[in-house]
Design a protein around this ligand. Structure first.
Ligand SMILES: *[C@@H]1O[C@H](CO)[C@@H](O)[C@H](O)[C@H]1NC(C)=O
Ligand SMILES: *[C@@H]1O[C@H](CO)[C@@H](O)[C@H](O)[C@H]1NC(C)=O
Ligand SMILES: *[C@@H]1O[C@H](CO)[C@@H](O)[C@H](O)[C@H]1NC(C)=O
Length: 353
């Protein structure tokens, strides 16, 4: 069994297993072919179509499609109370943590103003398992861990992310609890941390940990703060890509472009973790190595009319900040998710609700 040091990298941690070569090859195959596809961006289909943005054209309407066949593949979903364990990697301000906790705490809040974050989660609750049990409506934050001295450095790979989680659940003082059935592990990296494929392809992804690395199979997600690296990509529409003339960013609802941009990506990942925690439950497509999940289908859609490169109708608060749902004390902009009953994307701010 590999021991983790503070400088573990992808290669060295793989090489240190005393597993037969075939097994190593097999897990590498899983990592490189399965892992990358569960990533998310605020853009539909991971691509910015410049023509589309400039002319505001929209080919898809709220993601509605006769061609989407979202199927249940018999694996578990999160039907009991969901506990989110946060791992704050790197340097985080108290004010930034408050915004993210405020969003997570709003998922199950009962008294937020309509349209609300809890109204958004109601679409996720529509998904069931084999027994007909729905995704839990109770989501709360559990124990948290600060990794403020960058235990695995300022440049993480998909594999070393699992080592960060391993450290958090095995550290001697106050380790995070092991909760494979209803725990989600959310690793958040600060704006000075590089992560494999961050910005180039994804803004966040989810998967589960490998027993060979972590000792357990734990559903986890990673989301990075893009503020210094690629806000125009991962914090859109609060920042816009510099190469598109005339496109203006909108004002973010909590005064932090990077963190406000993370909220939608966090929502995306949590919705998918709840409905597809082991990547064998709810997804579309025939190839399990390239699943299209409930939030992938609605990337970039925040309101009625959204699709193509149009975000859909959003709202503005009294200081001109853009949002589409209310939390307990804050407002957020969060992408919609696929509604299995009507087969299109829906959200609490839909005009027909
Ligand atoms: C971008 O969108 C425009 C208009 O919808 C379309 O004609 C064009 O083919 C798209 N380009 C790409 C690369 O998808
Ligand atoms: C689930 O959470 C709700 C709300 O916090 C609580 O009332 C209930 O007792 C919890 N159920 C279990 C089994 O822990
Ligand atoms: C549970 O899921 C079913 C099927 O999607 C849906 O009809 C029902 O309204 C859901 N119940 C809750 C409480 O969301």
């Amino acid at each position: 069994m590999a021991t983790t040091t503070t400088t573990t990298t992808t290669q060295s941690s793989v090489c240190r297993y005393s597993a037969p070569p075939l097994l190593v090859l097999f897990s590498l195959t899983i990592l490189f072919f399965l892992n990358p596809v569960t990533g998310s961006t605020p853009w539909p289909h991971n691509k910015i179509n410049t023509t589309d943005l400039i002319f505001g054209s929209s080919k898809k309407y709220e993601g509605s499609s006769d061609f989407v066949h979202l199927n249940y593949h018999m694996g578990p979903v999160l039907t009991s109370n969901i506990t989110i364990h946060l791992i704050w990697y790197g340097t985080w301000q108290k004010s930034q943590k408050r915004i993210i906790r405020g969003f997570l705490n709003s998922i199950s809040a009962v008294d937020s103003k309509h349209p609300s974050v809890s109204g958004w989660w109601k679409t996720v609750q529509l998904y069931t398992d084999q027994t007909g049990a729905n995704i839990s409506k109770h989501v709360h934050i559990g124990e948290e861990k600060n990794d403020r001295f960058y235990s695995h450095g300022k440049s993480l790979t998909r594999l070393s992310i699992q080592s960060v989680i391993k450290s958090a659940v095995t550290v001697r003082t106050r380790p995070l609890p092991i909760n494979p059935k209803s725990g989600l592990y959310l690793l958040l990296t600060s704006d000075d941390v590089h992560v494999e494929d961050f910005c180039g392809q994804v803004c966040g992804f989810h998967y589960f940990t490998f027993p060979s690395i972590v000792g357990y199979t734990l559903p986890y997600a990673w989301v990075g703060n893009s503020a210094k690296q690629c806000p125009g990509f991962c914090a859109y529409p609060f920042a816009v890509p510099g190469y598109i003339p005339g496109l203006k960013p909108v004002k973010s609802p909590n005064g932090d472009v990077g963190v406000d941009g993370m909220i939608s990506v966090i929502g995306h990942e949590i919705a998918e973790l709840a409905t597809n925690p082991l990547v064998n439950a709810w997804y579309a497509g025939h190839d399990p190595s390239f699943p299209t999940e409930i939030a992938d289908l609605c990337e970039g859609i925040y309101g009625t009319g959204g699709g193509g490169s149009y975000t859909g109708q959003m709202m503005e608060d009294h200081v001109g900040a853009t949002y589409n749902m209310n939390g307990m004390r804050r407002r957020f902009l969060v992408q919609w998710v696929w509604n299995p009953l009507v087969s299109y994307c829906s959200g609490p701010n839909a005009l027909d609700q």
